[in-house]
Ligand binder design. Structure first.
Ligand SMILES: Cc1cc2nc3c(=O)[nH]c(=O)nc-3n(C[C@H](O)[C@H](O)[C@H](O)COP(=O)(O)OP(=O)(O)OC[C@H]3O[C@@H](n4cnc5c(N)ncnc54)[C@H](O)[C@@H]3O)c2cc1C
Length: 395
């Protein structure tokens, strides 16, 4: 394919797409509204399905350097601190956790031709003019594009333009996120992800970084049921003392982390969680959606960025093998929409599982205990369709 692809948004999906297109010798222009990348220290889980894509893009070594390797999961009761289930991952590829900023830099650095990346360029609108698209920017002259990939995130302008009636619905959860320099006293949390589940609260803790010392971080996500509407933005400063008080529990380990969070110089941020209904289609003519623009999801399966990265790889494959861009966009949608929608749904269902109460919680706890003692491999089988996905044979 000779035509250049215009990508909106240099987030995780947009950067992965640029990287994959460049590897295939396909031209692109990537536009990002921010002046530069923010040094976000917060964690991101890089599950084996993502690792496969990043390895395919030649980023195996760099990924290992920036990541903590998660060998298993531990689920505990928020109410009693009792371990409900504990198991080792058995995937062929590693499960990593790293800083979002490091993953961003890794993708950015992998792009050779930086002249194709344009910061401080906010797309305001676009319209079809003849066989081209005319793009209107906030602070610069309009440009034209042959084809547009909207990797412009959860608040996607392009999605709004394709689906003017589209509206997300508040999910009834507020989430807080904090990081702490890793300390010896968190050692028991190394090498795994630990989740405390309760009917109102749920907490996820995992290290970021590959050294078990203060050069790495402990990542903390605290979710609470909250009937009051919360903003969707995920950088809303939160009062740490009040957050810590709201999450006090029976686990000495978790309470120490909460105290450390209050004492630490690092901020804590709040964001409201929203439910997004699946879209009927992502591609229309010369325009397609990718990542959160196409399928925003609740973070309860830690697969939002994962799906964006998979989307990008598959879209680049179709663009490389199909002369007609519009056909490539349709094939990409056909390959991706079912899987991304299913993951979107699973992420939503997990909210109910994590926050179950009464009889539902008792059944969940009984089942987890039984399965993790008798057949822990069943817990891995449950996510095998997500983590063991073979991207190379999917298109
Ligand atoms: C708290 C939290 C924890 C998460 N944890 C995980 C996890 O562990 N694992 C995982 O896989 N996923 C996780 N996710 C989800 C993941 O972060 C997102 O799904 C992922 O970032 C989506 O990538 P994207 O490229 O589609 O969008 P983004 O990464 O949001 O990028 C969109 C980009 O587009 C730019 N942009 C927007 N509008 C315009 C415009 N008009 N013009 C130009 N540029 C524009 C934005 O500035 C941004 O840089 C988490 C999400 C949250 C909120």
């Amino acid at each position: 394919m000779q035509e250049e692809i215009t990508i909106i948004g240099a987030g995780i999906g947009g950067l992965t797409l640029a990287c994959a297109l460049e590897k295939k010798g396909i031209g692109f222009q990537l536009y990002e509204q921010a002046d530069s990348f923010e040094a976000l220290g917060y964690g991101i889980q890089v599950s084996p399905n993502v690792v496969r894509v990043l390895w395919e893009l030649g980023l195996q070594k760099q990924l290992e350097i920036i990541s903590h390797r998660c060998l298993g999961f531990e689920l505990r009761s928020f109410k009693s601190d009792k371990t409900l289930a504990k198991w080792q991952l058995d995937n062929e590829l590693p499960y990593y956790q790293c800083r979002r900023a490091d993953l961003h830099s890794l993708l950015f650095n992998a792009i050779q031709d930086k002249h194709r990346i344009h910061f401080a360029q906010r797309l305001q609108s676009y319209e079809k003019k003849g066989s081209q698209l005319s793009l209107d920017w906030q602070n610069s002259q309009p440009t034209t594009a042959k084809a547009l990939v909207a990797a412009d995130g959860v608040h996607s302008l392009v999605r709004r333009s394709l689906f003017p009636q589209y509206q997300a619905q508040y999910a009834g959860y507020a989430a807080y996120r904090a990081i702490l320099p890793f300390q010896d006293r968190y050692s028991s949390l190394w090498g795994k992800a630990t989740v405390w589940m309760g009917n109102n609260h749920h907490v996820v803790v995992y290290p970021n970084g590959n050294q078990r010392n203060s050069t790495s971080w402990l990542n903390l996500v605290l979710v609470v049921k909250d009937r009051n509407w919360n903003e969707q933005g995920w950088m809303i400063p939160a009062p740490k003392k009040a957050v810590a008080q709201a999450f006090v529990n029976q686990s000495e380990e978790l309470n120490v982390i909460l105290e450390d969070m209050v004492a630490s110089a690092e901020p804590c941020f709040k964001w409201g969680l929203f439910i997004h209904q699946p879209l009927p289609y992502w591609s229309q003519g010369q325009v397609t959606l990718l990542g959160d623009a196409a399928h925003p999801m609740l973070p309860f399966q830690a697969q939002g960025a994962a799906m964006a990265i998979e989307d990008a790889y598959i879209l680049a494959e179709y663009l490389a093998n199909e002369k007609d861009i519009e056909k490539a966009f349709i094939k990409y949608q056909r390959t991706r929409i079912k899987r991304a929608t299913k993951v979107q749904q699973v992420s939503r269902n997990n909210a109910d599982i994590f926050h179950a109460s009464g009889a539902k919680a008792a059944i969940r706890n009984f089942a987890l205990d039984l399965v993790s003692r008798i057949a822990p491999n069943l817990l891995n089988q449950k996510t095998a369709w997500i983590y063991n996905y073979d991207i190379k044979t999917s298109c």
